[in-house]
Design a protein around this ligand. Structure first.
Ligand SMILES: [Fe+2]
Length: 254
């Protein structure tokens, strides 16, 4: 299994703070069936800065620790880049790193409470550069839960989305769980990833999430998400199912 989004590198963001925790996370990822894991530290989210060169160097360094410890997990470089007004300066400065440094996909994080109005321009400009933005955990964005059509517009622009495993099993509350199910049902999401930060409160939960999805949506849904992650890892285009329009309920969305 491939995990596209994980804060596993110590001391670079709100993930682990020590190598022992890094190794513990890696072992749990393997137990969950993960074979390839993208290290995606936060960049420019207001608290942390992890430009491309630093992430490449850290991924190499920590890959070596995995080899030394004989943990069968392959690390790939990535980044969770917060959308911001000066994002094109970040790209020009070569600080952004796409997933596996392939120049095809980037995790583009939104603020948690709003959707900036310049986001369409950012998605458009990235697409012009041949890069497809993947919006991590849209189910946890307060504005999108209130106005899902904001996300539908981004999907129409060519953005993809990644659901967080913990959201699907209720780790972030019932409302987010129900909205996650809506996103799956309406084919608004393309990947499931852990966004793990540690081994407990923000753990992996991938097995549990896949079991929950299988129960509710059937095993084909799981194949779809897993295949998309494999295509991405191979540098190929993923198959994006067409997003179905979602009806808002009269009194609140859910
Ligand atoms: Fe994250």
């Amino acid at each position: 299994m491939i995990d596209l989004h994980c804060h596993i590198i110590p001391d670079v963001d709100d993930g682990p703070s020590h190598i022992s925790q890094f190794l513990e996370m890696a072992r749990i990822a393997v137990e969950q069936g993960v074979t390839h894991l993208f290290a995606t530290p936060h960049h420019l989210n207001g608290s942390y800065e992890n430009p491309k060169n630093k992430i490449l160097q850290m991924t190499r360094q920590y890959s070596n620790y995995l080899i030394e410890e004989k943990i069968p997990l392959v690390l790939h470089p990535g980044q969770e880049l917060r959308v911001h007004r000066e994002i094109f300066q970040t790209i020009e400065a070569d600080e952004m790193i796409t997933l596996d440094n392939q120049g095809k996909y980037v995790l583009l994080e939104l603020p948690s409470t709003n959707v900036p109005n310049y986001l369409h321009e950012v998605v458009y400009e990235l697409r012009l550069r041949g890069i497809t933005p993947i919006i991590p955990h849209p189910e946890r964005n307060v504005k999108i839960v209130e106005e899902p059509e904001l996300l539908y517009d981004l999907l129409s622009d060519g953005a993809l989305t990644q659901l967080t495993a913990g959201s699907i099993i209720g780790q972030f509350g019932k409302k987010i769980k129900l909205f996650s199910e809506k996103l799956i049902e309406h084919q608004w999401t393309h990947f499931i990833a852990s966004d793990a930060h540690n081994t407990h409160s923000r753990g992996f939960f991938l097995q549990q999430a896949f079991e929950a999805i299988t129960k509710k949506f059937g095993v084909d849904a799981i194949f779809y998400y897993k295949e998309n992650a494999e295509l991405l890892l191979r540098g190929q285009n993923i198959v994006a199912e067409e997003a179905k329009p979602m009806r808002r309920k009269l009194f609140g969305f859910i």
